[in-house]
Every structure is written in C-alpha cells, then in structure tokens.
Design a protein around this ligand. Structure first.
Ligand code: IVH
Length: 695
C-alpha cells in the first residue's frame, strides 16, 4: 500500500493525532478506539525514527520522550538563575527584614504615610527538588534546562517534555491575555513522598541503589540520557517565577503589555497561562510577623504534605522594590530561604557491615549506638557505597551525624571525627574482596558505584531473591517471612523458587520457627499461588529493571511467557517503556543459565499454571468518578485514566457518582458527597486502585 511520501504521511499522521488528542483530552469525547489511536501513534513514531530530517519538536510524539540523547547540551542564559541565602529560625528572618529596610532607607525608598509598605512579602513553601527553567517562544515550549551554575545549565528539554505538568504550549486567545514572544518560566521539579518511597522500594527489590532523598530522585530522573526513564518516574512541577519576558524585560513596570507590578501578579499570570502554581503553599501581603507565623505554621504541618519541603522562601512582593534591592554575591537581597531544622542527630559508629542484595549489590551499612531522631530509634544507617565512605572518610568508632528524611533509610551525613582530625581513629573501611556470605569474588563494573557479589549461588542473594519471589506484589505467598525463608534455605529444603512448590507439611512442621498449624497454612498459601497472572510471574522473577508496572505491560504486550523469553531486543525495545538498557537486562536474564533454570523448573510438570494478564482496561468498569481540588496529575490525565479503565467521569455530585477523588484544597463537594454517602478517596488511592473498586 502506498501512502504518498513520508513527509506527507508524517504531516497527515500528526494532524490526525492532534485532532484525536483534542477529542480525547479536551472534549472528553474520543471518536476512535484506543487501539486505533495507538496504531496511528506507533506509525508516526516509526516514520519519525526512519526520517530524522523530518523531526519536529511540536510533534505529538515528543510528549512522551524521544531517542536517548548522547549527552546534555549546554544552555547559556542571559539572566542567570540566582541562588538564595539561608536563614535559620525566627531571629534570622527578622534580621533579613531589618537588612531589607535598611537598604531601602539608604536608597531613599520608604513607606511614607498613605503608601503601601514597600516591604510587603510573599512567602512560599520551599520544595527541595531540582530547579529548572522552561523557555517558551511564541507560546511553544522550546527548551528546558537545569540551573547548573546559574549561567550554564544542562539542556534537558526532551526529558522535561515527558512530565505531564510541563505545559508544551501556552494557549493563545485565552482569557489570560497576550502570549509573550519569549518567556522563561522557573520552577522546581520534584517527586511526592509516596512516589519516592515506591521508586526506592522498586529499586531495592531490583538490587539497585536507593535514592538518598526525593531531591536526588528528582534530579536523577531529570538528568537522564534516556527520556523514557524520566517518563517512567512520577515527577511534578511547581513554578515560582520568571526569567526573561519579551516584550517587557527591559521596560519598567507595568511591563509592556504584561501588567506585572508584583510577584503575586507574576504567579497569577503563570497560573492563568496554565502553569502549576502552588497556591495552597503561598501566602501574600505579609509583614515580617506574618512571615514568621506562616513559617511556624508550615513547619508544624509539613509532615502531612504529600511532598517534602525544607523551609519557606520569602520574597519582597513589589517588583520595583526588588529591582531597587538588587543582588549580592549571586543571591538577591529581596529574597531569602528560611530553612527548617533538619532531622539530624549525632551518634557513634560501632561497626560497619555489608549487606548483599538480590542482584548481588553489596551495600556498606553503619551499625550505630542507638539514637532517636524525631521519635524514631535509629540503629543502622546506609553508607550507600565505597565512594561515599571514602569521600566522607567514615570509620568504625567515629562520631557521626546521621539524617533521617521522611521515609528514607537513615544515612550518615558526615564524620565529625574526620572533620576534626580526631587522633587514633580506626583504619579506613574497605568493601571486602570476597562476599562475606558465599566467599565469591566481589567486583565493581566500570562506571558503576556498586560492588557486586559474583556468586550466582550466594545464599544471601538466593534468600533475597526468594523473598522477592514470595512478596505481596509478586507471588503473594503468605506466611513466608524472612526468618522462615532463611530457615528453609539453611535447612536445605529450598534452593530456588520451584522448590517452594515441592514443600510438604511434615518436614516443615519440624522447622524451628514453624508450628504444625503454620506449616498447614503455608502449604495452602503455596498452593494458592500456583496460578499467577503472567505479569505477577514476570515481576516475581526479579529481572533487574523490570518492576511491577513494566511486568504488566510486557505481559499484555507479549501474552505468554514463551513469547517474552523469545523476544529479541528489538521487539522488546518496541515497547514504549523499554529502553535499550532494560531490553538488554531482560535478554541477559533469559539467556543466563540461572534464569533459564529458574523458569524451566517453575514451568515443568505443571508446577505453575500461568494465567493471561487481564486487560488494563476495566479496572474502573461501571464506576463513576468525580474529581475535586488540585490534583498532582493534570485533570485531563486523571480523566483519561478513568476512561481507559472503562469508567465514567461526572462533573457534579449526584447519586450516580461512586467515588469522589479529592486533591489538595478540595471545595464544598466533599461535604456534599459525604452527605450522600459517596466514598471520598485520595488521589493516591485512586491511582493505585486501592479503594475496593479496582481490579
Ligand atoms: S526563588 C532568586 N521560590 O530553592 C530566586 N526558589 O535555595 C531564586 N526553591 O534554586 C529562587 N522553592 O531551586 C524560589 N518557591 C520557591 C522555591 C525555590 C524551591 C529552590 C530553588 C532555588 C533554591 C534556593
């Protein structure tokens, strides 16, 4: 079949896909089935790949990530992104206010009678994420860069395009007024606590190093050579300011056609243009006492926010006054970051041990004299890897500072002994050359931070693999806690997953930690797990980089375990979520002697009967959802999820509604819904289907 030149076919496909996007996202009224849409999308992606000369940054394919870039380009900016000076506590906030006033008085700017106070402040919560600048030309998103050194940032455009919160265009002809020729929008990319914890759980299950905090996770996810990795992480954006704006940058306020007299005006306009502004986390028209009250209020409530914050940012509201104040040492005089005291404590390292993960990763762990950090007793802290231990020079016997941030595993921040040059310290710690569990050689691949045990038969690895295999989201075998599993392995009853299915009641009941009743329950739980869905089975194998979500995707795409085992790297890479690294990892697993043996044994003699993966559609079938408040996801995306799951979206509270999904700052719908007995669920519950209405 001929379809004209690639150029005209690409143009036609882009036109059609944009049309269907509008029907789907804007009008809530798709006119073709999803499968047909997907086919158009795939055809376009293939053609674009074959014809790089026809690349267009505005193509609908660019929303979801492009081919990996070789390395980041550099963006040099005219208006540097400044950093902020810090204040700790109330006193230092008062000093900031006094400095601002003194400076203004010396310049003859004073709040005379009848005039507005020149130093009214706006305060915003300070999210500890990754600062980025998004550049729009004629309303189109053309470039996104990290802050870098302020002047030179890394070009991460392709990655930022995969983040749903990043608008690809500023709508024209909207009530928000004219669109600037050039606009730089500045903000923070971050990750919600739950998503961060989920990401780390997944990484640990896969034997990958956990991210130390949400900031690192967000930064690591954006500074990725493969945009598909960025796309797979749940990143969010809040914007908090602008850089260049043209026309207008050099014109004093009012800025040409843009009537910005205050920082609040800027935020309001950004919001009207469709940028995510954290309105719930912003308070305006404050004097310094109001700022301090806000600081205390936010600190008291910070643990109940869905994201981590490390302070507030206080800004002089009037732009003319900001200009008058100017900057010093690359920080503005008109703003300050008021930080909260971190969750840190001092203690002693009693011992340094190593733990061996499922894929052999060796992680050094500090055993500490117990210390309480914000109500939680901490006995162990991760040292991450050898480089980290070396850089911080952490040794047994050292006094150290440890930090616990949110749900993150506590970590050692610094060694006070190293800093003070304490005499008579122990010798530097080295990860052993041989695995302390199995004695196999320990290696470190070039370019990797982690050391790994090379023993495929390592008992520690085997135990960790089994632990993953039986875990809730994998084969879900109840009653097989780490201790019982460990005993089973030590007693020689279980060496690989298939052995679990040969367990009999008698020897089990004889085990140290197991009574007769538990043995019965365990045998029954093992029986129940004989018919996993393909996705669960795949996930349970614990292939590096293959998490729960991807397992489901692969299961639906390939249909059978045989097809997945036989898939070539090209076939695997054709799956949207699979990059070259992931494809390689899957192939390596199925080609390895260990992987082949594990799977063969699980499949032979009908040990397991794998069920096909149920379609992703249908999880919301027959249910009606209503949304209220600010969601982390764009509304259109949330609606799309419901519709793809076979559900319906309502626009008002009525008896037809089954679930009200409440975001931040919900309105009056909640009370009304509760009155009518409608279930109110959080966005998280909605996304994870954990409300009894899911699959
Ligand atoms: S204003 C000159 N506002 O904090 C103004 N920054 O410690 C500079 N941040 O680099 C930034 N929330 O990454 C501003 N509401 C907020 C912020 C914020 C988080 C980050 C930003 C900045 C860093 C400075």
């Amino acid at each position: 079949m001929t379809r004209g030149s690639p150029r005209s076919r690409i143009r036609e496909l882009r036109r059609q896909i944009r049309y269907h996007n509008d029907r789907y996202y804007r009008d809530d009224a798709p006119v073709i089935p999803d499968a047909e849409y997907d086919a158009l999308f795939r055809e376009l992606a293939r053609l674009e790949e074959a014809h790089p000369e026809l690349f267009d940054p505005d193509s609908p394919t660019q929303r979801v990530g492009a081919e990996p870039v070789e390395s980041f380009g550099t963006v040099v900016r005219e208006l540097p992104m400044l950093s902020l000076q810090n204040a700790f506590g109330e006193e230092e906030l008062r000093e900031f206010d006094a400095r601002v006033r003194r400076h203004l008085e010396s310049r003859g700017v004073a709040g005379g009678r009848g005039r507005k106070d020149p130093c009214a402040y706006t305060a915003e919560v300070k999210i500890d994420g990754l600062a980025v600048e998004l550049t729009y030309e004629k309303g189109s998103f053309v470039r996104g860069a990290t802050r870098g050194d302020g002047v030179r940032g890394e070009d991460v455009t392709a990655n930022l395009k995969t983040i749903p919160d990043v608008p690809l265009a500023i709508p024209r002809n909207s009530s928000a007024g004219p669109v600037p020729e050039v606009l730089d929008v500045r903000g923070e990319i971050f990750m919600d606590r739950d998503d961060f914890a989920g990401l780390n759980r997944g990484r640990e299950r896969l034997g990958e190093a956990a991210f130390a905090n949400p900031r690192n996770a967000a930064a690591g996810s954006v500074r990725q050579l493969d945009p598909r990795v960025t796309a797979s992480r749940r990143l969010r954006l809040w914007v908090y300011g602008i850089g260049r704006i043209d026309p207008g940058a050099s014109v004093p306020p009012p800025f040409g056609p843009f009537l910005f007299a205050t920082h609040r005006d800027v935020l309001d306009r950004l919001h009207a243009w469709g940028f995510p502004v954290n309105r719930g986390g912003t308070r305006g028209s404050l004097d310094i006492e109001g700022v301090i009250a806000f600081y205390q209020e936010v600190e008291a409530g910070k643990d109940s926010l869905p994201y981590e914050i490390d302070g507030i940012v206080v800004k002089v509201d009037e732009l003319a006054v900001q200009r008058e104040l100017g900057e010093v040492a690359r920080s503005p005089r008109w703003a300050i970051a008021a930080k909260f005291s971190p969750d840190r404590a001092e203690t002693t390292v009693e011992e340094i041990v190593v733990s061996v993960g499922r894929t052999g990763t060796i992680t050094p762990v500090a055993i500490l004299s117990p210390v309480t950090v914000r109500g939680v007793k901490v006995r162990r802290a991760t040292l991450h890897n050898q480089d980290n231990v070396d850089a911080k020079d952490i040794r047994v016997g050292d006094r150290v500072v440890i930090q616990r941030a949110g749900d993150v595993i506590p970590e050692v921040v610094e060694s006070l002994s190293a800093k003070r040059g304490a005499p008579g310290r122990g010798s530097p710690f080295r990860i052993p050359d041989r695995c302390p569990i199995c004695g196999s050689a320990v290696t470190r691949a070039a370019g990797e931070a982690a050391h790994r045990c090379t023993g495929t038969d390592c008992v520690a690895r085997r135990k960790e693999s089994l632990r993953h295999f039986v875990s809730k989201n994998a084969m879900d075998i109840d009653g097989l806690g780490p201790k019982v599993l460990s005993a089973l392995v030590d007693e020689g009853l279980v060496a690989e997953p298939a052995d679990l299915y040969r367990l009999e009641r008698e020897p089990l009941a004889g085990l140290d930690r197991l009574g007769a009743k538990s043995a019965d329950n365990l045998v029954r739980a093992v029986e129940r797990s004989r018919t996993p869905t393909l996705g669960r089975f795949l996930f349970a194998l614990g292939i590096p980089h293959v998490g729960e979500h991807l397992s489901g995707v692969l299961a639906r795409r390939f249909g059978t375990i045989g097809a997945i085992r036989a898939a070539t790297p090209e076939e695997l890479s054709a799956v949207h979520e699979v990059g070259p690294e992931v494809a390689r990892s899957i192939r390596d697993y199925f080609e390895s002697a260990e992987g082949r043996r594990t799977v063969d044994h699980l499949l032979e003699n009908g040990t397991l009967a794998i069920r096909p993966e149920p379609p992703a559609e249908g999880v919301f079938a027959g249910k009606t959802f209503l949304f209220t408040g600010t969601l982390g996801l764009p509304r259109a995306k949330a609606k799309e999820i419901v519709r793809r799951g076979g559900g319906t979206v309502a626009t008002a509270v009525s008896r037809r509604v089954d679930y009200l999904v409440a975001g931040e700052n919900p309105g009056s719908k909640i009370a009304k819904a509760k009155e009518m007995g409608i279930r109110v669920i959080s966005e998280r519950e909605f996304l994870e289907g954990e409300f009894g209405g899911g699959a």
